[in-house]
Design a protein around this ligand. Structure first.
Ligand code: ADP
Length: 454
């Protein structure tokens, strides 16, 4: 929830950016559309003038001829009509018929098409004709038979077609005015091509900005996660340090007691305890120093050719002795005397960390198993337990520095979140890797791969 709030301004900025991009592209499109239409309109006007210079009828000569002929017949018909309904029907009939005749006269369209082609423009056009009015003329009085209704004219204006010219013509018994539009067949494709640079730039800038945003968000989240881990680490560390310190303090006070001063055995026992706790304290401090040293310098391992089974058996024996009856331990090796380049000290620490975790994270009597076998190029070591297991989401992080699976109570089991980080570092320093496979409540298997000697 807090993350959403933190990123709200970021999302808002991204949304504004997308809207701005959309607006810019839309405006560019509208402008291009206007320029496109203007270009075709002015070129078409030029073409019509050019055509008129040698043919005063600008292409519709044949159509006007027919219209003149037919209009006389229609005029006769219109004079005999009795009601308005019939005249409306006749008007529609005349409009449709005259439009058809005008459309069939392709001279202008063909001329325009050639003219566009000459100028390198798109030649595929579709002519559209809208008749605005047709007057049939009687010698005595003008008779208006057809006039385009307002709604029809509006429809023409919103149409995507380009108005090229409004033609008027007058004959013996007619007067006509019609709009000549053209549709450019590939208008959208042509415009897209012309706008491609803006579109590509816009898409690219969107991608770049998004990538920057995502990267910033990720590094911010990572920072936050690390700072959380560090805080947990300091809490755990304080707890870990306090335990031996308070034992030493209490032991120190005990030594001052009159009864203890005279009891040689008690003094030795207390001194031993102080010694043990001091060593533990020292180990903790060394661990921190070591880790901070890794950060600054490359992790140094002193590798020797070592028989893996022998070393594993030694580590396992020590572990079994330490564990005693407190755990069920088994081992199985199928290593054929293979050896590997190993730093025995670090390797021992690595396996011990896994073994100790197997015990630490088991609720009942720990059941721990060590297995090892060889693959084509590696020695594979498996440390498994039947403990509390690790959820899938935590499995991704357990090898991170300071990471501890949150249980609600951070002191439920002691630790600094460094053990597995150490395991990973050591495996990698040996040219290998570590992975985990686990199911919550069922147990875990840690698998270490180390290259074998050839
Ligand atoms: P620490 O044990 O000090 O917390 P580690 O780096 O060794 O740190 O382990 C990180 C976390 O991984 C532990 O907090 C624990 O929750 C989980 N974990 C490690 N080993 C096991 C295991 N064998 N079974 C269940 N959980 C484990």
């Amino acid at each position: 929830m807090r993350n959403i709030k933190t990123f709200l301004p970021v999302f808002a900025a991204l949304a504004i950016f997308i809207l701005a991009q959309f607006y810019i592209v839309r405006q560019a499109w509208i402008q291009k559309d206007e320029v496109f239409d203007l270009r075709y309109r002015s070129v078409s006007k030029e073409a019509i003038q050019d055509m008129a210079s040698f043919d005063s009828y600008t292409g519709f000569k044949k159509a006007y001829f027919i219209i003149d002929d037919i209009s006389q017949l229609y005029l006769q018909k219109s004079l005999t009509l009795l009601n308005t309904e019939d005249s409306a029907l006749l008007a529609k009939d005349i409009r449709d018929y005259f439009t058809k005749i005008l459309k069939e006269d392709q001279l202008l369209s063909e001329y325009l098409s050639r003219y566009y082609e000459k100028l390198g423009l798109e030649k595929k056009i579709k002519p559209i004709i809208y008749v605005n009015y047709i007057d049939l003329i009687d010698i005595q009085e003008n008779i208006r038979v057809y006039k385009a209704p307002i709604s029809e004219l509006k429809k023409q204006q919103s149409d995507k077609s380009i108005l090229v010219n409004t033609f008027t013509s007058e004959g013996n018994s007619y007067k006509i005015a019609f709009d000549y539009y053209i549709d450019i067949a590939n208008k959208e494709r042509i415009m897209l091509r012309e706008l491609s640079l803006i579109l590509i730039l816009s898409i690219m800038s969107f991608i770049v900005i998004s990538v920057i945003y995502i990267a910033t968000m990720r590094s911010y989240l990572e920072e936050k996660r690390l700072s959380g881990l560090k805080t947990d680490f300091i809490n755990n560390m304080t707890h870990e340090l306090k335990t031996p310190l308070s034992t030493i303090t209490v032991a120190g006070k005990t030594l001052k007691h009159e009864a203890v001063i005279n009891d040689r055995e008690k003094i030795i026992e207390t001194a031993n305890m102080i010694g043990k706790q001091s060593i533990h304290l020292n180990e903790l401090i060394n661990l921190i120093l070591e880790i901070s040293m890794w950060e600054r310098t490359q992790f140094q391992v002193d590798k020797k050719d070592i028989k893996v089974e022998e070393l594993l058996r030694e580590i396992s024996d020590n572990f079994r002795n330490g564990c005693g009856k407190g755990c069920i331990f088994s081992e199985h090796y199928d290593l054929n005397g293979v050896s590997a380049e190993i730093d025995d000290l670090y390797f021992t620490t690595m396996i011990n960390n896994l073994l100790n975790n197997a015990v630490k994270y088991s609720k009942n009597t720990p059941e721990v198993k060590v297995e090892a076998f060889i693959s084509d190029s590696d020695v594979i070591i498996k440390v498994s337990d039947k403990g509390i297991g690790i959820s899938r989401s935590d499995q991704k992080n357990i090898f991170d520095k300071f990471y501890r699976v949150s249980t609600g109570n951070i002191h439920e089991s002691k630790g600094l979140g460094l053990g597995l980080y150490y395991v990973k570092k050591i495996a990698e320093a040996h040219g290998g890797s570590v992975s985990v496979s686990s199911k919550k409540g069922k147990g875990s298997v840690f698998i270490v791969n180390i290259p074998k000697s050839i």
